[in-house]
Ligand binder design. Structure first.
Ligand SMILES: Nc1ncnc2c1ncn2[C@@H]1O[C@H](COP(=O)(O)OP(=O)(O)OP(=O)(O)O)[C@@H](O)[C@H]1O
Ligand SMILES: C[C@@](O)(CCOP(=O)(O)OP(=O)(O)O)CC(=O)O
Length: 404
């Protein structure tokens, strides 16, 4: 029997971004294949702020079962149908390559050791599952040297977590819901690269970093099964908004982009409230953030910012870089520079801003105190690129997990 040292360790490492939808995915027409009831569209956020780093490795020296370690903790992947579905799809693509070229090493028969780190809280409504599954699929696809495009791989990432299919690309990304029962046409595609509209910024107000009450999968099934508003959202509201927001992105028309974004977040949360029993993801602090955005826009006299909320209370506020002082500068004046997170790569335009962009007497006083008490941390970021192949492997050349 060959000694362990003669059994090579194959490795590939990637980073992957978070994305925040402006037209929300909410509802599945097929739970097993993770097929959505409606298309969605998101902005990929810069990995200079939020990112997952994942190494996929395989070797004949690893124990028989595939393993996944997330933030230093082993995960039970044997009970995660979604992770198993991603891995089995990727393996069969590798098998096809090996069957066509006998000179290729038989990686498809080796156990996988996958190690991942999120640089932000997991399962706290910061889209960790999107970045996490995108990184997992991208890293294993790189390890297996698969020729498939990001759009083709999105079909696999979608089965890990729907929103993950949109994190395989940078910029402005649409997930086409598709019509086919086997899901082969349910894919993500880039609507515009980040370079088309690089001035897009996002200020995330972290309201709660706790694990959320109703997980997305469960929440969306309750909505599909019980909300009367939901059918209208799927039939007419979303298709019209998809066309309109794609045009707004093409024309870099921020006011249009912003209004559609806010309305779609509101419609999504309305269908949650219309579910039975009702589901609440937004709280008083979230509602104060909504009010803040409307107050800023009306004080400035044009639409300079837009809010959106996922399945949790955190607010994501989109704006253009030229309006940083008006939007982020006002938020900073309200929250105080002691709130964690004012800094980092997107901070330059704000660093010298001392006065609020909008006078605070133009903002409802209850909003000021609710935000000051309820926002624990901010994240300043902006539109960014898709996954990047890197060499900071989380598995050593000899196969051990690297602890940072
Ligand atoms: N780096 C990762 N690698 C693999 N799986 C991950 C990774 N990060 C998160 N996940 C998976 O995603 C799950 C969290 O998904 P969940 O949808 O509950 O939260 P979220 O993505 O933060 O919130 P939301 O999708 O509503 O914005 C984790 O329990 C884990 O299974
Ligand atoms: C509100 C959302 O963030 C819901 C995301 O849901 P997930 O992609 O987390 O759901 P699963 O497919 O069940 O894993 C909207 C969106 O990102 O489009």
């Amino acid at each position: 029997m060959a000694s362990d040292s003669s059994k090579p360790v194959y490795r590939a490492t990637t980073t992957a971004p978070v994305n925040i939808a402006v037209i929300k995915y909410w509802g599945k027409r097929d739970v097993t294949l993770n097929l959505p009831t409606n298309p969605s569209l998101s902005v990929t956020l810069s990995q200079r702020s939020l990112r997952t780093l994942t190494t996929a490795s395989c070797s004949a020296k690893f124990p028989k079962d595939d393993t996944l370690s997330l933030n230093g903790k082993p995960q039970d992947i044997s009970s995660s149908k979604r992770t198993l579905a991603c891995l089995s799809n990727l393996r069969s693509l590798r098998q096809q390559l090996e069957a066509a070229d006998s000179s290729l090493p038989k990686l498809s028969v080796l156990s996988l050791r996958i190690v991942s780190e999120n640089n932000f809280p997991t399962a706290a409504g910061l889209a960790s599952s999107a970045a996490g599954f995108a990184a997992l699929v991208r890293a294993v696809a790189d390890l297996y040297q698969l020729p498939q495009s990001a759009t083709e791989l999105s079909r696999i990432a979608r089965q890990g977590s729907g929103s993950a299919c949109r994190s395989l690309m940078g910029g402005y990304v649409a997930w086409r819901s598709g019509d086919l029962a086997d899901g082969s046409d349910s894919l993500a595609e880039e609507v515009a690269p980040a370079s088309h509209w690089p001035e897009m910024r996002a200020l995330i107000l972290v309201v709660s970093a706790e694990k959320k009450d109703v997980p997305s999968t469960e929440g969306m099934q309750t909505t599909v099964g019980t909300s009367e508003l939901f059918a209208r959202r799927v039939e007419s509201v979303v298709p019209e908004r998809m066309a309109a927001i794609e045009a707004a992105i093409r024309d870099r028309d921020f006011p249009k982009f912003a209004e559609i974004t806010m309305r779609d977040s509101n419609t999504f949360h309305a269908t949650c409230l219309d579910s039975w029993p009702p589901i609440f993801y937004m709280n008083d602090v979230s509602r104060a953030a909504v009010r803040l955005v409307h107050d800023i826009n009306s004080a400035v006299g044009r639409t300079v910012c837009a809010y959106t909320f996922d399945a949790g209370p955190n607010a994501v506020i989109y704006y253009e870089e030229k309006d940083s002082a008006l939007v982020a500068g006002t938020a900073k004046a309200i929250l105080g520079s002691n709130t964690e997170g004012w800094g980092g790569p997107f901070y330059e335009t704000l660093a010298n801003v001392t006065a609020p962009g909008v006078e605070l007497d133009k903002i409802d006083p209850r909003v000021l105190s609710t935000l000051k008490d309820g926002v624990s941390r901010v994240i300043l970021t902006g539109v960014g690129e898709g996954p990047v192949k890197v060499q900071d492997h989380l598995v050593s050349e000899t196969g051990e997990i690297v602890t940072n």
